[in-house]
Design a protein around this ligand. Sequence first.
Ligand code: TXA
Ligand code: MG
Length: 333
Amino acid sequence: MAPSQIELAVDLLSTNEVVCIPTETVYGLAASLYSEKAIDKIYALKGRPRTNPLIVHIGRKEDLAPLCIEVPAPLQRLIDRFWPGPLTILVEKSDRVPYTVTAGSSRVGVRMPNHPLTLELLRALPFPLVAPSANPYNAISPTTAKHVQDFFGSQIPLLLDGGPCQQGLESTVVGIENGKVTIYRQGMITTEQIRELVGDVIEASAELKLVNTDNSTNVPDTEKAQASPGMTLKHYAPKTPTLLCEHLEKFYAEAEGKAFLLFQKKHPALPLAHQYVLSESGDLAEAAARLYQCLHEMDSKSYRQIICEKFPDIGIGRAINDRLLRAGGGIIS
Ligand code: TXA
Ligand code: MG
């Protein structure tokens, strides 16, 4: 009998290879936590700096204990509520986690993804997987197997196709800093949901809520964004120049060659054929699920610029704004 996809994946991952895996957020490029060779391949394939750490993915909640020294109580509450799901926690690592995975940091990021195929794979393996999003460094994250295929083709020995990612935006990254729960990356689990469980919450990524400026040379201080390495201001970016915009009216007279990414409805004063609406019913979760798919599509056409409407600054809308801000290199117009 031919081996199953899971059996093939187990074989490859056990022999220093990388495998592309689906998750509920975005597709990941996976390697064994203990394969230096496969981890080197991930960094090389992505063109990613070694200063940017990898998230460890586990198949059972009990797989966390061996990877860390302790789990602070507020993070445990979040795990109990949101795992499996789009939440990555940063905890002090144990000796079992190599520094190559944490980019030299004493903290490791861990999450239990919520996708049946990947959970089955993780549970069939005797080791956890590290997995960054399966895109070249700084490009738009992939939410379908085809996106990954387009990026990497035959460079990846196996791509597990788990269908389109149901949630579509990367996990929320949280840790504890000065005794307080701190959000380092906005994601599908919202600040409001976290606050409800643990009370006071610090938003480290709030430093990226930038000065509103019409002066595109006013690029903010990237260093501040490095509390969680990898959260640089130019990230998640289409190849087409992209801009997050609070006032679409300014493009009424100069819409030529531009595409518009909108939340709920088209603007009659802009060319209708070049407007892309993410959720006609105004559902932020639906908008998030479709965001990268839509940016990939817009990027494949020959627009000169992609103009993105600013989303409501609540719940998942904040994670969407965060990604669009980075897609535009930190400028809000
Ligand atoms: O939803 C997700 O989290 C997806 C899927 C594949 O699981 N993964 C993902 O990984 O988005 P990646 O590598 O593209 O982004 C991980 C980010 C890093 O850039 C960094 O900001 C943060 O998570 N991170 C991971 N480990 C960390 C650590 N030890 N300390 C600080 N930040 C860390
Ligand atoms: Mg990524």
